[in-house]
Design a protein around this ligand. Structure first.
Ligand code: GUN
Ligand code: FE
Length: 439
């Protein structure tokens, strides 16, 4: 196969950011990357050491192997309401999102949805995600149980919200602290799972609840913090009126000590220079969610400002305000947003953000996101032959960039031929659906 990965941000390292091995080989040992290079070099090396027979060799002609993609913001409960019609954020939340989330008080229901959700991620080539569950601790237990069975590297948390939401979805500062603490003790850093303290967003957390979030981060410094930030104009105005003493939206989180490494803020569309500086200074990351931002009419993300301020950015689908599980389609919409801003967004940028950029945003560089030696072997096989038309269109490309850009524009789940977790094949497009179920 041809092999592509990134070792740096194209905005910083230009053409040196990516590695591309035409007729390359990837050697996996014990679920980790052992070697990466040109096929002929690797075959010669293994033959000369007389070790080739120890490996199971698979060939993928006319295909590209890439690291598994990383979705830095997605909502488990919202997969059944993708495409809910006609509203912007705040009405969309009350009309569509909240009623759906109420169903997750039933752990069995949450468990069924978790398996559909994970099937869909793997089918789309996403191998790691940062996930909003619901306010119910059982939604997190259901999700982590399903992820653990599949040996996935996943990050998730119980939503904390104690105000401006339906009673059925409301916790309290002390119950949200207790519930989160128990979940952290049970799940954080077990196998490949990590916990994220997950206040929904400033409008649905009282100041007392934000204090409890801070307490959790102090007790468990390596857990994640996952929330929403500056997505929609009405939301930003609302935060101003709820928290008049804060300098700005991010200031609400900053005042509670919630802006630090391993803090991931979804959207970040309407940010001031001060907020960008604050994110950079405290090493908080932004999850850019283009399909959601367009679907809800939230705004056009300023990627250039983030790059200039050296703020880490990853890609998020934000399903179900986002309209696709596919990070290829998500990157394609990111391109169109930058077009509307009159900024360039290359295929290298899009694929970087979907892989190493995501790993950096999640502070997991060196573990996932590229094929450096020792990284976990979560990877995907992209099929240049996914449809007759794609093959036709790709046959008219000349450069590597043109080929990758075409894949980014036209690609979706049909291009994901196979998904590997820790070196094991867990999804094959051409098998009947049932055959991909885990035992
Ligand atoms: N802000 C607070 N909650 C949500 C949510 O569920 N989806 C999106 N897109 N934004 C939010
Ligand atoms: Fe979201």
């Amino acid at each position: 196969a041809d092999i592509l990965d990134f070792i740096d941000d194209p905005a910083v390292a230009g053409d040196k950011a990516h590695r591309y091995f035409k007729q390359g080989a990837l050697v996996v040992e014990n679920g980790r990357v052992a070697k990466l290079g040109y096929e002929k070099d690797i075959m010669a090396e293994l033959s000369s050491q007389d070790t080739l027979a120890q490996y199971h060799v698979r060939r993928y002609d006319n295909q590209i192997i890439m690291p598994g993609m990383i979705d830095t913001h997605i909502h488990l409960p919202q997969i059944e309401m993708i495409g809910a019609y006609g509203e912007q954020l705040l009405t969309w939340l009350t009309e569509y999102a909240f009623p759906t989330e109420e169903k997750f008080s039933d752990e069995e229901y949450a468990s069924g949805i978790s398996n559909i959700f994970l099937d869909e991620l793997l089918k789309n080539g996403t191998t790691t995600a940062l996930v909003f569950c619901t306010v119910h601790p059982q939604s997190v237990n259901a999700f982590f149980t399903a992820a653990q069975q599949r040996h996935l590297r996943m990050i998730a948390g119980k939503v904390m919200m104690d105000t401006n939401c339906p009673d059925e979805l409301s916790d309290t500062p002390s119950s949200s602290y207790q519930d989160s603490k128990l979940l952290i003790e049970k799940w954080h850093n077990t196998d490949r799972l990590h916990y994220a303290v997950t206040p929904r967003f400033a409008p649905t957390s009282s100041p007392e609840q934000l204090v409890q979030c801070q307490k959790l981060l102090e007790e468990y410094p390596d857990v994640y913090l996952h929330t929403h930030l500056a997505e929609n104009h009405n939301e930003c105005e609302w935060v101003k009126s709820l928290y008049p003493e804060a300098t700005d939206y991010l200031g609400v989180y900053e005042n509670s000590g919630l802006v630090r490494k391993r803090s991931v803020f979804a959207h970040g569309i309407h940010l001031s220079e001060r907020e960008l500086d604050c994110l950079a200074h405290h090493q908080g990351a932004i999850s850019h969610c283009p399909t959601s931002n367009l679907f809800l009419g939230s705004g056009l993300f300023n990627l250039k400002a983030c790059e200039q301020h050296k703020v880490n950015v990853g890609m998020g689908t934000d399903v179900g305000a986002g309209t696709s599980f596919s990070l290829l389609q998500t990157a394609s919409e990111a391109y169109k947003i930058q077009q509307l801003r009159d900024e360039k967004f290359s295929a290298f940028k899009g694929l970087y953000l979907a892989t190493l950029g995501g790993a950096r945003a999640l502070d997991l560089e060196g573990t996932i996101g590229n094929f450096n030696q020792g990284c976990e072997a979560d990877f995907i096989v992209i099929d240049n032959n996914a449809t007759p038309f794609l093959n036709f269109r790709l046959s008219h490309t000349k450069t590597l960039h043109e080929k990758l850009f075409t894949l980014m524009m036209l690609g979706d789940d049909r291009c994901i031929k196979e998904t590997f977790i820790l070196g094991q094949s867990v999804y094959q497009r051409d098998l009947p659906c049932d055959s991909n179920q885990v035992e």
